[in-house]
Design a protein around this ligand. Structure first.
Ligand SMILES: C[S@@+](CC[C@H](N)C(=O)[O-])C[C@H]1O[C@@H](n2cnc3c(N)ncnc32)[C@H](O)[C@@H]1O
Length: 236
């Protein structure tokens, strides 16, 4: 990702769709205990950490993220709270053991089957993974939706996602498609940031702003054809 990409994303609260309601649905399904050891894998700027700690108030969140400025933001925000440890790292080598691995919109970097297989060793006995993933909805997506495959060749439907989970030897405990509100929690702040950055943007930044604006426009025009599936899974 380029400097221009991170200029756009520097101050936004989250890097993909998500909200408190769906997170708590997942953590209830996962039967997360108040003292749970949680990994927030590919945590971005840490949008979900506060809600993870609502579910596990005596627990601990290890937040692992490849992009150092996001980690700096989390460490600044949680400096006074020993329940949070944020570190620059690779979520493919997450340490552990964890009672819950939470991964909002980042597992695709490892591959669903590959990532879940890797995380088996990082889970405590009875541990659970909750992750969200872009999915195709319906059988006949419009061209701008199919174009996601250019950037993300693994883009596929819910049955394929289930097959990838099965291939890793995990049971599916539950699945929900995230609400429009969860998408707006992502796009709303980005819309405002795009508007603020447009005046005076150089060519590289303008290209990034256009690309991001197009992503939001495609979602608003075709949101019945793709979504984010939030799934809760446990290794057999
Ligand atoms: C789509 S963003 C989601 C961020 C955050 N979970 C959220 O919902 O706001 C995916 C994040 O995963 C991070 N990432 C990608 N590969 C990674 C890896 N191997 N280890 C750690 N973080 C990674 C990216 O830097 C990015 O911040």
């Amino acid at each position: 990702m380029t400097d221009a990409f991170f200029t756009l994303h520097a101050d936004v609260p989250r890097e993909g769709p998500g909200d408190a309601g769906s997170l708590h649905w997942a953590l209830e399904l996962a039967e997360v205990k108040p003292d749970a050891r949680i990994l927030d894998a590919g945590c971005g700027p840490g949008a979900d950490i506060a809600d993870l700690l609502v579910a596990a108030p005596q627990g601990h969140v290890t937040a692992i993220e490849a992009h150092a400025p996001f980690v700096d933001r989390i460490n600044a925000a949680w400096a006074e709270d020993t329940r949070v440890t944020a570190q620059v790292g690779d979520m493919a080598r997450p340490g552990g053991p964890y009672d819950l691995i939470w991964c909002a919109g980042a597992l695709y970097f490892l591959g669903i089957t590959e990532g879940l297989t890797t995380w088996r060793d990082a889970l405590a006995p009875g541990g659970v993974v909750a992750f969200s993933e872009l999915v195709m909805l319906g059988d006949n997506p419009a061209a701008p939706v199919m174009a996601f495959k250019n950037e993300y060749p693994a883009f596929a439907g819910i049955e394929t996602l289930k097959a990838r989970i099965e291939a890793a030897g995990y049971d599916l405990l539950g699945l929900q498609v995230l609400s429009d509100a969860a998408w707006e929690a992502y796009f709303g702040p980005l819309d405002a940031r795009i508007a603020a950055l447009r005046p005076g943007a150089d060519d590289a930044l303008t290209a990034v702003l256009d690309e991001q604006a197009n992503e939001a426009a495609v979602w608003r025009a075709h949101r019945d054809q793709f979504g984010y599936a939030l799934v809760v899974v446990r290794p057999r």
